[in-house]
Design a protein. Structure first.
Ligand code: PBG
Length: 328
């Protein structure tokens, strides 16, 4: 059973044959577009390290979400950047916070689009850490209470799903219990389950103005070298009630995506993060890479590795191509 009877090239000879035998298909249904929301009106602040992406005020986000919906993208994930940050991240759980205002406006103006919110404190704290700081560390259990308040406040304002990204231990269970008790047993949780302490978040921190003012996030986000631990993190989040688990970043962690999918068979998301976007964009702008081609190759690879959903700043660009049936 070998050459010359077997010639794998036979099935690569024409586009039709390649189409007929293609194993992985990227679909618009798989995409979630992240958005950065800021206070004010008619604000559109381009993010230098993320060409094509801007911080948007609520009115602009409404327009953007109409386009996103019209492209067939099923959902967005919202990040809020408040005017005032403080030590306890008050705006995160204020019913008049930036995300809560955005949710009410979007629910009304763009029904039918699934609104997911990032639940974390780093965009809202003046020190830029993902929880309450005690001494030189983030206090896990005290932070849980605030994450619960934040989740409930988002859901009351119209969030269809919450996505805790803080990496505190026990937060999925705490949020699940609170949602159930407060009359929201139907609201799903997408847990950033295996979230690594990554240098690829650099451009996001410019976008969210959330760079830690001291230290780093290594005492709560995972060490990039660890795969078995990622499996244990995901197992805990599923046990605590996560409906969707996430691996983040995506491209440098395709092995983790594959292991999680094989081990659990649970709905799985992967976050193609800001730095992954920035590097392809930068190379494309220099004329060093063909943007459309590498974008589709990267997104298809994330899906091939095992992700069902992809959070990506390329969502609109990819949706346009998929709509025209040009994806390979
Ligand atoms: C934390 C959060 C981060 C990202 C999503 N949620 C940043 C961080 O942990 O520093 C990064 C996303 C990206 O880089 O695109 N709220």
């Amino acid at each position: 059973m070998s050459f010359p009877s077997h010639r794998p090239r036979r099935l690569r000879r024409s586009e039709n044959l390649r189409r007929m035998t293609r194993e992985t298909h990227l679909r618009v249904d798989n995409l979630i577009m992240p958005l950065f929301i800021v206070p004010g009106a008619r604000v559109e602040n381009p993010i230098g390290s993320m060409p094509g992406i801007a911080q948007l005020s609520v009115d602009r986000a409404v327009e953007e979400c109409k386009q996103i919906r019209d492209l067939g993208i099923p959902g967005v994930i919202l990040f809020g950047i408040p005017d005032e940050k403080d030590a306890v991240g008050s705006d995160a759980y204020s019913d008049n916070g930036i995300i809560q205002r955005a949710l009410r406006a979007l629910k009304e103006a763009v029904p039918g689009l699934t609104l997911i919110t990032d639940v974390c404190l780093c965009e809202y704290t003046d020190h830029g850490h993902c929880g309450l700081v005690k001494g030189n560390d983030v206090d896990n259990d005290a932070t849980l209470e605030l994450l619960v308040k934040e989740s409930l406040s988002h859901v009351r304002a119209g969030a269809d799903m919450v996505a805790p990204s803080d990496m505190m231990d026990g937060r999925v269970g705490a949020i699940r219990r609170a949602l159930d008790q407060q009359g929201f047993p139907h609201i799903p949780i997408m847990a950033y389950a295996a979230k690594f302490a990554s240098g690829f978040y650099g451009p996001f921190r410019e976008a969210a103005e959330s760079t830690p003012q001291f230290g780093d996030r290594r005492s709560y986000q995972m060490d990039p070298a660890n795969g078995d631990e990622a499996i244990r993190e995901v197992a805990l989040d599923i046990e605590e009630g996560a409906d969707i688990v996430m691996v983040k970043p995506a491209l440098p962690y395709l092995d983790i995506i594959r292991r999680v999918k094989e081990e659990f068979g649970h709905p799985l998301a992967a976050y193609n993060v800001s730095g992954e976007y920035a590097m392809l964009k930068a190379a494309a702008l220099n004329g060093w890479l063909d943007e459309e081609r590498v974008m589709l190759e990267a997104l298809t690879s994330i899906k091939r590795a095992g992700a069902d959903l992809i959070l990506t700043y390329f969502a609109k660009d990819a949706a346009r191509i998929l709509e025209q049936g040009r994806a390979t």
